[in-house]
Design a protein around this ligand. Structure first.
Ligand code: COI
Length: 354
């Protein structure tokens, strides 16, 4: 609960922006001049502040560092050719953030605080939004438990923060993917649908193993049969088989309800595609590939946007794709980009003006 969205602003004396080249920026390396920091104590959100980006001073016993009560979001802001800033579907991220918070036994962040804190922060740092193709301002809202106490229980204190990071494409080249059938990312009843920090830490070992074999990422499969595909690296995944587009459904709670996933589904339907959200077995993917029916495979995510998959390896079976001949995923990406960069009408109300 917050009495009102009362956010105190302290500005930097000198912007770091002139020291940074916004061409070809690596993902997540640079942060803007300011950040949002809000404390949760005694059942209320307080001390909401936008202030110069700076390190945090934390007690070594800070609960999140020990038990991982930590969640985050990924959102993006864009500039149109007139230089106006817009955020892509932030309310959807706010809702998902609070779903993650509930699953991790953390407090809800009021919508007004999440939305207005983000809007005010971006307004202050909007000169940092890169305007070139495939570039944007990546927005990282996050929350973690702060009790200086190593007893295993939900904290009484939390911090909600937002950072901003100018960014280029996350995966710049088509990807080679290893279908994982030993390690698992998520199980029904687990936290796969939450954007919990630990989901990403727990994925690193399998990803490193796949990298040693020459792959960029893993395609996660279900925990019981290692057959039903889930997510791909940090992305949702889509398969075009015949004239249908298939993506794993959300019903088992093992994959993230991606905002880009939902946007891609919407655009595909508008383009006239038949889309199915359902369980998808790797055997069905292989059978369709052998029959010449597997047309395109791609991942979607806020950071990744839409990334083409040029190779899938399952056990010793390798499927290679001629991504240069694909039409659908690039067309969906162009349509989404046209909305994001304000080159077409936003009929869905996805862009929130800063
Ligand atoms: C995002 O797409 O925002 C993600 O969460 C991926 C991120 C971990 C880089």
């Amino acid at each position: 609960m917050i009495a009102a969205v009362n956010i105190n602003i302290t500005k930097v004396e000198r912007s770091k922006l002139k020291d940074i080249n916004l061409e070809n920026i690596p993902f997540g390396k640079y942060f803007t001049d300011h950040m949002l920091e809000v404390d949760y104590e005694d059942g209320v959100w307080k001390n909401a502040e936008i202030k110069p980006y700076q390190p945090l001073l934390l007690d070594p016993s800070t609960a999140a560092l020990h038990y991982g009560q930590a969640i985050f979001e990924g959102v993006k802001a864009y500039k149109n050719s007139a230089g106006e800033a817009f955020i892509f579907r932030p309310l959807d991220n706010c809702k998902r953030f609070n779903i993650s918070a509930e699953r991790m036994q953390m407090p809800q962040v009021p919508e007004e605080l999440f939305m207005e804190g983000m809007r005010m922060l971006i307004d202050l740092d909007k000169n940092w939004i890169p305007q070139q193709k495939d570039h944007s301002l990546y927005i990282r809202p996050f929350m973690f438990s702060c009790d200086p106490m190593i007893g295993v229980r939900p904290s009484d204190k939390y911090k909600f923060m937002i950072l901003l990071s100018p960014t280029g494409p996350y995966y710049s080249n088509p990807m080679r993917i290893y279908v994982e059938e030993h390690y698992v990312r998520a199980v029904p009843g687990g936290v796969g649908y939450a954007k919990a920090a630990g989901n990403y830490g727990a994925a690193m070992y399998a990803t490193a193993e796949a990298k040693k074999k020459g792959y960029d990422q893993v395609l996660w499969t279900d925990a019981f049969e290692h057959k039903f595909v889930q997510e791909c690296g940090t992305m949702n995944v889509f398969f075009i088989i015949g004239n249908k587009v298939i993506t794993p459904g959300l019903e088992t709670g093992t994959i993230l309800a991606g905002v880009t996933r939902d946007s891609v589904l919407t655009v595909l339907k508008e383009m006239g595609f038949e889309v199915e959200e359902r369980r998808l077995n790797i055997d069905e993917i292989i059978t369709s590939q052998k029959a010449g029916e597997l047309k395109e495979v791609f991942g979607t995510g806020t950071a990744a946007t839409i990334s083409l998959i040029k190779e899938l390896r399952y056990k010793d079976y390798v499927m290679e794709f001629d991504v240069d001949s694909w039409k659908t995923a690039p067309a969906v990406k162009d349509k989404l980009n046209a909305i994001r960069y304000g080159q077409t009408t936003d009929n869905h109300g996805w862009m929130l003006k800063v």
